[in-house]
Design a protein around this ligand. Structure first.
Ligand code: C2E
Ligand code: MG
Ligand code: MG
Ligand code: MG
Length: 288
């Protein structure tokens, strides 16, 4: 019986392995086609100054408009694209599309603000990343101060590389932020050595600030620390007015989350920008 069971397990294992590798091959082919056929789109999510209610930045977030499956979330293909190296081409497309869009909004007379682009590990370790970004800025005509690069803590584990690479990027005049802050390896000792502009507090801490005193303490502490380090700080995943009020009371600069707006299409973002730039600050003040 044991032998029989063992044999069955072996077969099942094989079948799973086979279908997994077929799926991987299929996905890789589809991703290659997607890159050539430009099946990717960007959505945009506003980043809001808590004090004034004004939009002060926009994060570009990729989606895959798959011919059969419809809109696919980045969580379902970015890790795979990272594994296979396809992320480098995808990342270049994102960079160009985001800079182009931001420049177009500025040319339409909308308030100028940075657009944030998520960098992948491979991009960050890519040879001549600086040159590539510089070329995109030149091509699109976007002023470097209106581009922000988001990296994660895991990319800073090789401290010497991170400092060197960040210094090079900063020479371009772009901004750099650390995304999902608090979820990775974070050496507070090195944090002050990295030439970064802001921290983005991960949504997993923000989610429970009203119910979990530990999360409330962590968020309040990160905000206080960034203030001391003279960095800007933004809270991700803000969904409720209670969370907003907590963050305001704890002197957080900015918020991003469903409370203000989910990621939206370029056309919708343009509408939100127009409305926001003409809105009275008083309306927002009442809510705090
Ligand atoms: P991220 O950079 O931390 O982006 C924030 C994610 O949180 C987005 O998910 C956004 O839709 C979601 N979010 C924003 N506000 C709220 C909220 O109030 N509540 C909840 N529950 N979620 C909120 P999205 O767009 O699915 O992206 C997931 C991740 O995929 C991103 O996390 C980022 O790590 C990665 N990603 C997205 N676009 C790109 C890209 O162009 N390049 C690379 N390398 N990674 C990307
Ligand atoms: Mg991000
Ligand atoms: Mg994040
Ligand atoms: Mg995240």
């Amino acid at each position: 019986r044991a032998k029989e069971k063992g044999r069955n397990d072996f077969q099942i294992f094989n079948a799973d392995m086979l279908s997994a590798s077929i799926n991987r091959l299929k996905l890789e082919n589809e991703l290659r086609k997607a890159i050539i056929g430009e099946e990717f789109i960007l959505n945009y999510q506003p980043q809001v100054d808590i004090e004034t209610g004004r939009i002060v930045g926009i994060e570009a977030l990729i989606r895959w408009d798959h011919p059969e499956r419809g809109i696919v979330s980045p969580n379902h293909f970015i890790p795979f694209a990272e594994e296979t190296g396809l992320i480098v081409s995808i990342g270049e497309w994102v960079m160009r599309a985001a800079c182009k869009q931001n420049k177009a909004w500025q040319d339409q007379g909308l308030p100028a603000m940075p657009i944030s682009v998520n960098l992948s590990m491979r991009q960050f370790f890519q040879h001549n990343l600086k040159g590539k970004i510089s070329y995109v800025l030149e091509q699109t005509g976007l002023d470097p101060r209106y581009l922000e690069l988001e990296i994660t803590e895991s990319m800073t584990m090789d401290v010497d590389h991170a400092i060197q690479s960040l210094l090079e990027l900063k020479e371009l005049g772009v901004n750099v932020s650390i995304d999902d802050f608090g979820t990775g390896y974070s050496s507070l000792y090195y944090l002050k050595k990295f030439p970064i502009d802001r921290l983005k507090i991960d949504r997993s801490f923000v989610r429970d600030i009203m119910v979990d005193p530990n999360d409330a303490a962590i968020v309040a502490t990160i905000i206080a620390m960034t203030r001391h380090l003279k960095l800007k700080v933004i809270a991700e995943g803000v969904e409720t007015e209670d969370q907003l009020r907590f963050l305001h009371q704890n002197n957080c600069h900015e918020v991003q989350g469903y409370w203000f707006s989910p990621p939206v299409s370029a056309a919708e973002m343009e509408r939100i920008l127009r409305e926001n730039s003409s809105k009275q600050d008083a309306v927002h003040q009442q809510r705090l």
